[in-house]
Design a protein around this ligand. Structure first.
Ligand code: 8YV
Length: 311
């Protein structure tokens, strides 16, 4: 079967079997000599599969003259130049909705883990420290002022979960929504009125370093920042400085400025919980994402409307 699909990231097990059973696919990440392979096969590639965290470079786009679709296994499409895709008539799809619950669950989990210092408590038991006395007290999670920056699918799912914590819920976004939660026009205004600030905006130029020193200082020394969206949204050096200097109470992070590299200064901090971009990383969700990637590819090849088209 001629190779027409270039796969930049693996899919979940069943998705891999379905994809490779139906199409001629090359796993880019397994190639010993990628440049040579691309020189020999670039003209036959009609589709690329990639991840939300990975996207596709303009350089790669330009090397694939027959490319017709980029199918993203993920909700974020900030790692692809949509205008360049449009100019080439390249369709772009993503996998929204199926990963909303996982991302929202992780955000709330990072809040609880960071405020109650669960990772440190686990280590405290495992290394035998408990035999020497009780662990230090942590921070109460329930009944707090929760602020959500970005009120899309995942932000709304987080708000729904927070309703069970008995505090207040507020948000900021480009526009006010018809919901009962209080709206603030800016992230700074929201941070001033929050104990826990959740980030759920898309990545890209419009939100680059949206959360800088002004927002972090408005959140303050008893405030907590939770980010499962994109590392680019936060001025990472400013975040590290605020945590080191006690101007911010703590942070729960799943995304970083330069993944998979995380600054040693951030990793050394005791008042953070760090996870390796696992927002959608459960078996059920990744299989659902794979099914949606396949559905988009099948529709593309059949000349049918694409189920979840971005472009
Ligand atoms: C992806 C992500 O799910 O969905 C996104 O935009 O950032 C990721 O969590 C992951 O890259 C799997 O492709």
């Amino acid at each position: 079967m001629q190779v027409e699909i270039l796969q930049l990231t693996p899919l979940a097990t069943a998705g891999e079997a379905a994809l490779h059973g139906k199409y001629g696919v090359c796993r880019w990440y397994e190639l010993p000599d990628r440049e040579r392979w691309l020189d020999e096969h670039n003209a036959s590639i009609r589709a690329v599969i990639t991840g939300g965290h990975l996207g596709i470079s303009n350089e790669m786009l330009h090397r694939l003259p027959a490319l017709g679709i980029v199918a993203i296994s993920g909700v974020g499409y900030d790692k692809i130049d949509l205008e360049a895709a449009r100019e080439r008539g390249i369709r772009v799809t993503n996998t929204p909705d199926v990963l909303t619950d996982d991302a929202a669950d992780l955000a709330v989990g990072l809040m609880i883990s960071t405020m109650r210092r669960i990772a440190a408590a686990d280590h405290f038991v495992r290394d035998g420290s408990w035999t020497s006395g009780p662990i230090a007290l942590a921070t109460k999670v329930s009944g707090r002022r929760y602020g959500i920056v970005g009120f899309g699918r995942i932000g709304r799912a987080v708000a729904h979960r927070l309703e069970g914590f008995g505090g207040s819920i507020a948000y900021t976004d480009f526009r006010q929504s018809q919901v009962s939660y209080r709206f603030y026009p800016t992230a700074v205004d929201l941070a001033r009125a929050s104990d826990v600030l959740f980030l759920h905006v898309s990545g890209g130029p419009a939100t680059h370093n949206l959360i800088g020193r002004e927002v972090l200082d408005a959140l303050g020394p008893t405030g907590f920042l939770i980010n499962v969206a994109r590392g680019s949204i936060v001025d990472e050096p400013e975040l590290i400085a605020a945590l080191q200097e006690g101007r911010l109470g703590g942070a729960g992070l799943d995304v970083y400025a330069d993944e998979p590299r995380v600054p040693a200064s951030l990793a050394a901090l005791p008042n953070v919980t760090l996870t390796p971009h696992i927002g959608s990383a459960t078996r059920d969700t990744r299989e659902a994402m794979a099914r949606l990637v396949l559905a988009n590819l099948d529709a593309f090849y059949a000349g049918q409307p694409l189920p979840t088209a971005v472009v």
